[in-house]
Design a binder for this molecule. Structure first.
Ligand code: FE2
Ligand code: FE2
Length: 176
């Protein structure tokens, strides 16, 4: 199951197909100009993941009191934006994920102070806090920043202080 999931992600990620232009326009309408500039620097598979997660959140919240609030869409679109700093390719990400699960994420801080591939693995493992920082520096919403900071750690989801319905939608939508 886990392997099949990873393999699917791996081969899907090889596609250079960009998101549809209607989706890119949607991202631009939800994000600040600075956020959109960073979002656009991501590899195509990360942009597609971002849009897919946000469309699922949009569908999940449709008809609720949380529909049409751009902060939840922004949170979905930018949850993984911190990955852009690691500039890790697919194999690097597989290695980083393994290294993180073997050595523990506590080492990521130290690794990100090093150089070369070690630094990039450390940055990748720290993508939640790095993403939150980026969102804030880009003038994004505090809700989106708070979600980015904790999205990878279920025990910390409550720290984002978002409505339960929104958190449930964000969690269910993220398939990586
Ligand atoms: Fe993530
Ligand atoms: Fe994700």
């Amino acid at each position: 199951m886990r392997f099949g999931h990873l393999a699917g992600r791996f081969f899907g990620a090889l596609s250079p197909r960009p998101p549809r232009s209607v989706d890119v326009a949607w991202v631009r309408s939800v994000c600040t100009d600075d956020e959109f500039a960073v979002w656009s620097r991501q590899p195509a598979h990360d942009r597609r993941h971002s849009v897919a997660v946000a469309r699922r959140v949009q569908a999940a919240l449709a008809g609720t009191e949380f529909a049409d609030d751009p902060r939840w869409i922004e949170a979905a679109l930018l949850h993984d934006i911190g990955k852009v700093d690691a500039r890790l390719g697919l194999m690097g990400r597989v290695g980083a994920t393994l290294a993180g699960s073997v050595a523990g994420h506590d080492l990521a801080d130290a690794w990100s102070q090093r150089r070369g591939i070690t630094r990039r693995v450390g940055l990748y493992l720290r993508h939640p806090e790095i993403g939150a920082d980026r969102i804030r520096r880009c003038g994004g919403s505090d809700e989106a920043a708070r979600w980015a900071a904790v999205h990878q750690t279920p025990a910390r989801h409550h720290e984002a202080d978002l409505p339960d319905v929104v958190v449930a939608a964000l969690v269910a939508a993220d398939d990586d």
